[in-house]
Design a protein. Structure first.
Length: 257
């Protein structure tokens, strides 16, 4: 299996971009991370970049596509963020979200985990088959029957997180605990709330029909964001990961002299 990976990260109408994202691959294993510095907390841009750096560094030393490895990487990054808080009192309350995807292209399996309200979606045949559950007040309200899911984006409580990176006491990431079997054509989207707040799930699905590449898909999703953005548009970031069957070589002589 081959992966096509595209990345989008924009400042929007904010003074700085507090989002960060990155990926790393080796020997059939790929790891993608997206993080969003929590609004209202100083040092958000430092927190998100630290999360991505620490998690990818962890996977370079321990490249495993397993839930336990992902949870360990999240915990390692959380501990690094807490140490940074203690070293610099002026950013002692910085927080960030995190969502991470690991793919084993040889075994054709995936695993993921997240903390906060940055999301992972998995699409199969242009339909969503997986959507992570936010660590947020509105998510809790939806699950309790106090809020309709279609009203999450407009709720005045939308930005209130119940869990995020940078807090030792409430470190409880949600994990995909069993190996997820991939199929040819599966597509993943990892994104911050600056993107998914402006693009609903049905639009994500429809956009897939019109796009031939992961890059085209992200650009079309960005057009939705820009069409609805105001002067205070949040930072928005996303990674698209498309899974494709490896193409065989035309013949056995390719590359020989």
């Amino acid at each position: 299996m081959e992966l096509e990976i595209a990345v989008l990260s924009r400042q929007g109408g904010r003074a700085v971009n507090e989002d960060a994202c990155g990926w790393w691959s080796t020997d059939g294993l790929s790891f993608c991370v997206v993080s969003d510095g929590a609004g209202g907390h100083r040092g958000g841009e430092i927190a998100s970049k630290l999360i991505v750096k620490e998690m990818l560094g962890w996977f370079r030393e321990r490249p495993e596509c397993e839930a336990a490895a992902i949870e360990a990487a999240l915990r390692h990054a959380n501990e690094a963020l807490v140490r940074e808080q203690r070293s610099h009192s002026e950013i002692g309350d910085m927080r960030a979200t995190a969502v991470v995807l690991a793919i084993d292209s040889v075994r054709q399996t995936a695993a993921w985990g997240h903390l906060g309200d940055s999301r992972l979606y998995c699409f199969r045949d242009t339909g969503i088959i997986v959507q992570t559950r936010d660590h947020s007040l509105v998510q809790t309200m939806v699950e309790a029957g106090m809020l309709q899911a279609e009203n999450v984006r407009s709720s005045p409580e939308r930005s209130k997180l119940l869990n995020a990176m940078g807090d030792e006491a409430t470190f409880e990431p949600r994990m995909q605990t069993e190996a997820f079997a991939l199929q040819d054509g599966d597509k993943f989207l990892l994104c911050t709330d600056g993107l998914w707040e402006r693009v609903d799930e049905s639009e994500m699905e429809r956009a897939l029909v019109d796009c031939a590449t992961a890059e085209e898909w992200l650009r079309l999703l960005e057009q939705y964001v820009l069409a609805r953005a105001n002067s205070r548009q949040d930072n928005y970031s996303a990674m698209a990961i498309w899974c494709k069957q490896a193409q065989p070589q035309a013949d056995g002589l390719v590359g020989q002299r």
